[in-house]
Design a binder for this molecule. Structure first.
Ligand SMILES: NC(=O)c1ccc[n+]([C@@H]2O[C@H](COP(=O)([O-])OP(=O)(O)OC[C@H]3O[C@@H](n4cnc5c(N)ncnc54)[C@H](OP(=O)(O)O)[C@@H]3O)[C@@H](O)[C@H]2O)c1
Length: 226
């Protein structure tokens, strides 16, 4: 059972499978790019784990907005995938120091915003990828939580902003949920953002889907078919 208040109508031109694949990740990309830090043409962004489900949507959408889009990923295959989804540059953060990589790619100017869902492994280095007054957006913790830190760290790193947003809060009001979904449907229907389903599992194999996710074997979107 789901409350009618939390349901949106899937428009013509969006398949049920696409809708299943994209709503959570796509609306996350929507609020991160349009509301947490409104990305505009000419901005430079860093997005960690670029080949993940949110990353492959957010990369395309950020490119559509006119940003320079830098990502990180842990393998050659993932780097290629991210590059095919809007990312201008992708750094292998298993092999290369991504702070040095970002400095080189931006000529020392660094980024306007860092979107970080990796957590422990990329903190505090992510802060060193930001220009003064830049925005650090911590929206997940795939590698473990960021440990407690002193607010003065944000002063030392350039009077930074930091936030820990959740989709739940951003789309808590029905009007925001509807607007968020509509913005997502629009970019998908226009072709600016393509939703690719890279893994399909039968619902009975849900445990295998979770194991593959944990082992970092998945890319993009996964759907379970009842
Ligand atoms: N706050 C919110 O509103 C919100 C909403 C949706 C999702 N999220 C969070 O955002 C994150 C990304 O979502 P997603 O759907 O894009 O996830 P995903 O497809 O599962 O991607 C996660 C990626 O994180 C990277 N990673 C780095 N360290 C890892 C580790 N120790 N174990 C596993 N993966 C690791 C892996 O990429 P590499 O191999 O390239 O490192 C992995 O593919 C998740 O943490 C999720 O919980 C938050």
């Amino acid at each position: 059972m789901i409350a009618a208040e939390r349901v949106v109508k899937v428009p013509e031109g969006i398949s049920d499978e696409q809708a299943a694949a994209m709503m959570l990740k796509g609306m996350t990309a929507e609020y991160l790019l349009r509301r947490t830090f409104p990305v505009k043409a000419g901005d430079t962004i860093l997005y960690h784990a670029a080949a993940g489900g949110v990353g492959l949507i957010l990369g395309q959408w950020a490119k559509h907005l006119g940003a320079t889009v830098i990502g990180t990923a842990s393998s050659t295959d993932k780097i290629e995938l991210a590059r095919a989804h809007g990312f201008d540059h992708v750094i292998n953060y298993k092999e290369q120091d991504f702070v040095a990589g970002v400095a080189a790619l931006t000529g020392g100017k660094k980024c306007d915003v860092v979107y970080d869902s990796v957590g422990a492994d990329t903190f505090p280095a992510s802060l060193d990828c930001l220009r003064p007054l830049g925005m650090f957006v911590s929206f997940g913790q795939s590698s473990g939580p960021i440990p407690p830190f002193s607010m003065s760290l944000l002063a030392q790193k350039g009077s930074l902003y930091a936030t820990r947003p959740t989709l739940f809060v951003y789309n808590a009001r029905r009007e925001d949920l509807v607007k968020s979904a509509e913005a997502l449907f629009d970019v998908v229907k226009s072709g600016a953002v393509e939703i690719k389903i890279n893994q399909r599992y039968a619902l009975k194999d849900a445990a295998k889907a979770h194991a593959d996710l944990e082992a970092r074997r998945t890319t993009g979107t996964t759907v379970l078919i009842p």
